[in-house]
Ligand binder design. Structure first.
Ligand SMILES: Cc1ncc(COP(=O)(O)O)c(C=O)c1O
Length: 509
């Protein structure tokens, strides 16, 4: 039976008296933490640790304030907080007591609270999380490594980003915010942005869709997660290009998919091989405009074969068109989705490569019969994405800045690509540089380990990604992904010299 605060006795007051010294010596007037909060925390810990027992009477706020030489408000604030949280009980005319109704479990349960060692808890992860942890993630460079630009891939030319224009648009929309914009928003995304995207992809990428089919997501990664959650059951098979994009693999695995690696050749995904390995797969993930990482374009024959398989198998195709805007020898190629007459292809676009990756805006074009499910899932994930950037982006597109920026970047990347090709031609690499995208491939001689070259290059302040990082089955030959979009001409010149030294060192070893 816990003592009743109605009958405090001398021993409890002694209990507090014994604690006085230890608690009050801990108070630090110079700390950034206010005194009342320090006092609150010390008393709370003492109660939880059982040093202050149920029913112990605390000194009056006035007496304690005098004793400690602090204001009475400090003591009152600490007592009030502890009373509000149920640690103390104040009884009119009698004083303040340690609550006698504190549950016994609170007093003894946690080792942190009692100072005793309890059994460490076992953390059990879901099978999906376990599978995700066993899947290689996209490399996430340290802050230091981020500063090295040559030859980072997947990053646009941030030195040529229209900062002023963008800042004006974001600020304009911040000033125009109305209460209507600040409540929960349309789960499909900001309507003017969806309309701007529908117009753009219809014209520029020959994607067939209305604005209703455009769902705004947080980059391609958001699209892949959304699609995987809507379309896959646990253990369903999903074809992925091999070598292929790690972000797609992690999103599919996180949804419980079993990945089926399907090799690529100079026409893209080998559809026959996919059918031989897993005819009943539910999903095929492809990058037809510019295969990641190797860079070939998927041939029309393969596109049609893939669509035909999807039709027969009732499967879906996730078309990731992450950098299809960048083609240097003519117009960008039409999308695979534009060839689909069976609602099998879902087209994924992102602003990461045309604007900047931290924007985290992208879209997925969903066949109309699937829209309800996609919107329900989208809503349950995070309701809607931040409105300000969506509004700024809608205007950036509708005012024509977006297509102008793409045109400028196409010219800039063509120049950087040409500079890289010129500088790198004497290095002992076999280059594969289709006129598209933001990187090229340097194949290594047979037997040379691409990871060893990438490590050696890093020692020379160069970032190249080894192709084998993206392969599920062993590659016949190693290679390097050499990005140029984010690398200016001087950096290209210096970078090629350093890469040459790294190659020399590995070849001679
Ligand atoms: C194949 C592929 N898809 C998509 C992306 C972009 O992803 P996100 O839109 O999530 O930034 C990248 C970026 O490197 C990529 O390589």
């Amino acid at each position: 039976m816990p003592p009743n605060p109605d009958s405090p006795n001398a021993s409890r007051i002694e209990g507090f008296a014994a604690l006085r010294m230890s608690v009050f010596q801990k108070l630090k007037p110079d700390s950034a933490i206010p005194l009342y909060q320090q006092l609150y925390e010390h008393l709370r810990v003492a109660i939880l640790a059982g040093q202050l027992k149920h029913g112990t009477k605390l000194p009056s706020s006035r007496a304690l304030a005098d004793e400690l030489g602090v204001s009475r408000n400090t003591i009152l604030s600490a007592y009030d907080q502890l009373t509000a949280e149920g640690y103390l009980q104040s009884i009119e005319g009698k004083g303040t007591f340690v609550a006698h109704s504190l549950p016994e479990t609170v007093l003894t349960a946690s080792p942190r609270r009692t100072g005793t060692q309890a059994r460490p808890r076992t953390h059990r992860l879901s099978e999906r999380a376990e599978a995700l942890l066993a899947t290689p993630p996209m490399p996430h460079p340290s802050n230091e490594a981020r500063r090295v630009r040559a030859f980072r891939s997947g990053l646009p030319a941030l030195d040529a980003f229209p900062y002023e224009r963008w800042a004006k648009l974001v600020s304009r929309h911040a000033h125009r915010l109305q209460p209507d914009h600040m409540t929960y928003q349309d789960r499909a995304g900001y309507r003017p942005l969806r309309e701007a995207i529908a117009n753009y992809v219809n014209v520029a990428r020959q994607v067939h869709c209305t604005a209703d089919q455009v769902v705004i997501v947080s980059g391609s990664q958001g699209a892949l997660h959304l699609a995987a959650r809507v379309l896959l059951n646990s253990s369903d098979q999903a074809w992925v290009e091999d070598p292929g994009y790690l972000g797609a693999r992690t999103a599919l695995v996180a949804a419980g998919a079993r990945l089926i690696p399907v090799p690529v050749d100079d026409e893209g995904l080998q559809v026959d091989e996919g059918i031989a390995r897993a005819p009943d797969a539910r999903i095929a993930y492809v990058t037809p405009s510019h295969q990641f990482p190797i860079g070939m374009t998927m041939s029309l024959k393969r596109r049609l074969a893939l669509l035909e398989w999807a039709k027969q198998a009732d499967a879906y195709i996730l078309e990731d068109d992450y950098d299809g805007e960048y083609r240097f020898d003519g117009r960008p190629l039409a999308s695979l989705q534009g060839l689909d007459d069976h609602d099998s292809a879902l087209y994924i676009g992102t602003f990461s490569k045309v604007l900047f990756p931290a924007l985290r805006l992208g879209y997925i074009i969903v066949p109309t019969p699937l829209l309800d499910a996609f919107l329900a899932m989208r809503h349950s994930m995070d309701v809607n994405l931040p409105i300000l950037e969506q509004a700024a982006l809608a205007e950036f597109i509708s005012e024509g800045h977006f297509t102008r920026h793409i045109r400028r970047m196409r010219m800039l990347y063509a120049e950087r690509r040409a500079a890289l090709l010129q500088a790198i031609q004497n290095l002992p690499l076999e280059l594969y540089a289709p006129p598209t995208g933001m990187h090229l491939i340097g194949w290594l001689p047979d037997g040379v380990d691409d990871r060893a070259v990438a490590r050696k290059a890093a020692e020379h302040q160069i970032r190249v990604m080894p192709l084998s990082l993206f392969a599920m089955e062993p590659l016949a030959r190693g290679g390097l992904i050499i990005g140029y979009a984010a690398v200016n001409q001087e950096e290209i010149a210096v970078g090629v010299q350093r890469l040459g030294k790294a190659l020399d060192a590995v070849y001679r070893a």
